[in-house]
Design a protein around this ligand. Structure first.
Ligand code: ATP
Length: 509
């Protein structure tokens, strides 16, 4: 991927279709009709996801001297989630439609009063999208026409259901039925999945699937400090599955019920300049996203307003990505003070302090937390990398090519090895030898079936940065060279085996 923006008109339909067609992402349990909010990663998707995880782990943990890794259990003591505040407060506001049985997140269900000549004549509603305001305006105009109301319609003022007054709720139409009267007032819905541990099924056996990986780092903080020879400032990082019973999973893998997070808790001295450290981590995250090929043009920042922050939070900045369905949160970087460690110290009765040699005092470290979803990154690289182009084939005829411009760092296949003809044993033997050598270190693909142009297109569509063709020049000319064909420029040049390894060494790290 280069720094140039992807063509504007990429649709989610095209991304979802390619993801299915080429084995990146499938619906979970598809043969049983799918399971809303759950997805499977096929052969190429699993490789792509692993590469994203590996790049993050290498850059975040192995290549830094101040961050160590952790793998904590998914099901933890239920008291963890009481202390962290998740049992009481990890909720989304839920609105039910009593007629259709549909459920909506109240902050994603919008409504507006239809005001004619200064008087409210009724209400319209629409679900959150890039077009919510336009849809509400159109609905208000239709309402006025249908009711044959005379007078001037005021421009609509969109609000979400968390802002609805009690007397308005009965008048707001359900998006499912179009009729008012069936929506309930918003109520809190806890998003943690519950399970029972052990043979009992009573309240004492209730446990939760973790809704974030972060608590593992807090609960094991003392273990890492006591065993890891770490010194402030330092971080603990973890990659793993998280589970949230999202009311409205949507936008493909953007918001699902089972997803994977890469989180890091960076512990700092209580007197450290947290704002500087926060900014450094935001910049690190942005640079990392660019290093795996996301174009700067698709990235932006959103600073959470002070009045919307949790009481303990000092500041949160989200790195946003321009998805086809709008600009949305990709990576949240939060300055959380010492809230989490203090909560666990109080709840467990085990101090979570560090001794300061300089002042001879104990204190609870503060923390900066960059938290990102692997699936959201994967969707971002699919969307930013996807392009449909018109190109000329070998005979000069114009044809369409679909290409995924993945960075070589994360591309599921780094190189395709293609003998020009499969019935020429000399070509095939060299190709197979090269394939065997390369695959010890890199994900490579061997393909001898079909016209060479078609084989190039197949690789373009799965984002393979380079194809290597073993052709007659390889055997006839001295120096054993191959044709190297580049995905993005489609240019071709000759390359030796040593040069090919050097190229991979430079770009795949
Ligand atoms: P959102 O506001 O989109 O629900 P959040 O602010 O609740 O996200 P965090 O709790 O900060 O998210 O989680 C950290 C990261 O985990 C998010 O930035 C996102 O990349 C990822 N994430 C959170 N919820 C989901 C989900 N349901 N599906 C996929 N990824 C998710």
């Amino acid at each position: 991927m280069s720094d140039t923006p992807a063509p504007a008109a990429i649709t989610m339909d095209a991304i979802v279709a390619l993801a299915k067609r080429r084995g990146f992402i499938f619906q979970s349990s598809e043969i049983y009709g799918g399971f809303n909010g759950f997805f499977d990663y096929g052969p190429l998707g699993a490789e792509l996801k692993k590469n994203i995880r590996d790049c993050w782990w290498d850059d975040m943990v192995r290549r830094r001297d101040d961050v160590v890794g952790l793998e904590s259990s998914i099901i933890m003591h239920p008291k963890v989630w009481e202390a962290s505040g998740h049992v009481a407060g990890f909720t989304d506001p839920l609105v039910d439609c009593k007629v259709s049985k549909q459920r909506y997140r109240a902050d994603q269900l919008f409504f507006a009063a239809v005001v004619v000549d200064g008087k409210t004549a009724g209400y319209v509603s629409a679900l959150e999208s890039e077009k919510t305001a336009a849809e509400l305006q159109a609905a208000a105009e239709l309402f006025k026409r249908k009711k044959a109301l005379q007078g001037t319609l005021s421009p609509i003022v969109a609000k979400d259901m968390t802002e609805a007054q009690p007397d308005e709720i009965a008048l707001i139409p359900s998006p499912a039925t179009g009729e008012p009267g069936s929506l309930t007032p918003p109520r809190s819905f806890n998003m943690m999945f519950q399970t029972n541990v052990g043979a009992m099924t009573d309240a004492s056996a209730v446990a939760y699937l973790r809704p974030e990986t972060a608590q593992g780092m807090f609960v094991d903080f003392k273990n890492v400090v006591d065993t890891g020879r770490v010194k402030l400032p330092f971080g603990i990082a973890q990659i793993g599955k998280s589970f949230r019973n999202e009311i409205t999973p949507r936008n493909f893998i953007f918001r699902s019920r089972e997803f994977e997070q890469m989180e890091m808790e960076y512990f700092i001295h209580e007197d450290a300049d947290w704002a500087k450290c926060h900014e450094e981590w935001i910049a690190w995250c942005e640079a990392w996203l660019k290093s795996i090929g996301l174009p700067a043009s698709h990235l932006s920042r959103y600073t959470h307003p002070k009045e919307k922050l949790a009481f303990y939070s000092r500041g949160t900045v989200d790195i946003m990505f321009s998805y086809p369905f709008g600009v949305q949160e990709l990576w949240g970087i939060a300055a959380r003070g010492n809230y989490d460690l203090t909560q666990h110290a109080t709840a467990s009765g085990k101090p979570q302090e560090i001794f300061d040699e300089a002042t001879k005092k104990k204190f609870v470290p503060h923390v900066i937390e960059p938290a990102v979803g692997v699936d959201r990154i994967l969707l971002a690289v699919l969307c930013a990398g996807y392009a449909e182009e018109e190109v000329k084939d070998e005979k000069g005829a114009v044809e369409k090519r679909t290409v995924l411009r993945f960075s070589p760092r994360i591309a599921p296949v780094k190189v395709a090895i293609l003998p020009l003809l499969k019935n020429k044993p000399e070509l095939v033997a060299i190709a197979q030898k090269l394939h065997a050598k390369l695959k010890r270190k890199y994900a490579v693909f061997y393909d001898e079936a079909g016209a060479i142009g078609r084989r190039y297109r197949r690789q373009d569509e799965i984002g393979t940065p380079w194809c290597v063709t073993i052709d007659f020049d390889t055997i006839e000319k001295p120096g054993e060279t191959f044709t190297l064909r580049e995905r993005d420029s489609m240019s071709q040049r000759r390359i030796t085996e040593a040069e090919l390894f050097a190229l991979l060494e430079e770009h795949v790290y």
